[in-house]
Design a protein around this ligand. Sequence first.
Ligand SMILES: C[S@@+](CC[C@H](N)C(=O)[O-])C[C@H]1O[C@@H](n2cnc3c(N)ncnc32)[C@H](O)[C@@H]1O
Length: 272
Amino acid sequence: MIYDGEIMTPIDFDPTNLKTLFQEIGLYSPKGKFYQQRVRKHEQVFAYINQIESALKKLSTKRPVVMVDCGCGKSYLSFILYEYCKTILNRNVKIIGIDNNPDLIDKCNKTAKELKFDQMHFFASTVGEFKIDVDVDIVYSLHACNTATDQMIAQGVALDARYIFSVSCCQHRNRKNMSQHPLKSISRFQPYKERLVDMIGDSMRALLLEHLGYGVDIFEFVAAEHTPKNIMLRGIKGTAKKYETETAMTQYKQLVELFNFSPALEDLLTLK
Ligand SMILES: C[S@@+](CC[C@H](N)C(=O)[O-])C[C@H]1O[C@@H](n2cnc3c(N)ncnc32)[C@H](O)[C@@H]1O
């Protein structure tokens, strides 16, 4: 279905480039109109790029910035980010996309070729199993399902990435594990259970990252009308405060005990 309202793209792309890009990646119809079901993705993507841009400003311009999109799917975010870096920020970037759906990866590689985005490469793999042998600056994901978010954070840590950005999706594993806990009177209401699982799961991820020295912020990166899954976790290597690093593991263990969670991330990290 075609959207007949007005959508402003918040970045001053060249209109011809923008039309070609949006058509190639499937935000626009062949006639250059927004697909109704992509309007929310457009809003999420630009809000996400806003966050990545702040990180890019802190990274050296002397070499290409290497970024990894985990659970990239159709890669709307990464294609637009690449164009933005290239034409607006004038930054050399290399973007690697990983997804375990080989059809989507095939399509992304074809699109990158069509657009002549020669520093974008996509690989069919689970995030956890993928091996990268270049220095990576930023690892990110937008709605990587369930434990794919944990795999992405673990990749970020293993790759020694300076920035980790995660907007998590459904947390099936944690939801299944949350049976006996002191907030049953709240979680018996379905929407609250969902929110509680999201809050606890992401907080536990944050604590594990703080334990490893990452300074972590958790915030709404876009208005909830554009996605109910609008919480971003941003970790910056080596910026945790001393007391955060010292207390994180104790707090983490308290949450494990209270809620009976066993987050996949704990198993994927080498913890001191
Ligand atoms: C909800 S989609 C989000 C896609 C994209 N990031 C976006 O925002 O449009 C989640 C994607 O993660 C992929 N995925 C799920 N688990 C994965 C895993 N363990 N490793 C790699 N990809 C995974 C799925 O194939 C799917 O394309």
